[in-house]
Ligand binder design. Sequence first.
Ligand code: FO1
Length: 310
Amino acid sequence: MSVLAITGGVGGAKLAVGLAHLLNPEQLVFLVNTGDDFCHLGLHISPDLDTLTYSLAGHACPTKGWGRRDETWSFLKTIQDLGGPAWFQLGDKDLALHIYRTQLLNEGGSLTAATKAITKALGVKHSLLPCSDDRIATVVDSDVGQLSFQHYFVKHQCRPRVNGIKYDGADRARLNSILDLATISIVVICPSNPYLSVDPILAVSEFRNFLRNPHVPVLAVSPIVQGRALKGPTTKIMTELGHTVNNKTIVRHYADILTGLIVDEGDAKDCETIKDLGIECIARNTVMRTIDDRVRLARETLEFGKALSR
Ligand code: FO1
């Protein structure tokens, strides 16, 4: 039996690394958001798959969280000099990955197969599965119109006001066929942005139906710490969608699938309210600054999951 970890970008990848330290590839599978994927300069870019790949391979840029460490920027500088688009920063090493993935896809391979080839080449032993090999595109309905994910997140730096978010293609997308749901004993929702990184995965109907299975505990590590998200636009989007930025909002957001929530120790007072809502709750230090933090929180998450499996 194995643990299935759902993750998006930077925030989720931190816990993912902790889980990968504790569980071997037969015990842990990653299901990764592809709603951020887009075609840029003719290249298929899969940011959340790449963030997780680089994080597990030890190549992630420690300051940005995305892209690679020790990067060079000749390509980007040159395309800027030529008058091309430089708003989406592609380092030279990162660029090679996008070119190679695009080549594999153009040869008829699936995103799953391309990811397998790339993760293997980078020495990643765990299985990183795109949530679907069918197209899913997160679209942000904002006060400046409909924006593709990367235009919202990078080009507009999350400034536009969000009125709604949709996941084009998710209703038709098939769950990754490599994933054998019968082997999953615990599901962990890593602390990624619920609206931008987790919901596209949950929008794949076959998967959301599976998560309603009462025999498989679904745990989430809250991305909210003492009334705010540690990183990214979660706080802003939650507010703009009319919600209070707290753990109760997280519980309500995942209400139909959630078994237990891990809140930060500073929010331990929330556990009583959350238990009254029928969701198990424990408080731990959910701020992951060091690798030891990531491994510790991963261990605490797995212990919580085992306790809920009994
Ligand atoms: N995020 C930015 O804020 N600015 C960038 O220029 C940028 C480039 C980039 C290149 C490759 C890649 O895999 C990710 C990149 N990201 C950038 C992050 C990306 O937009 C986000 O990681 C996800 O899509 C959201 O988690």
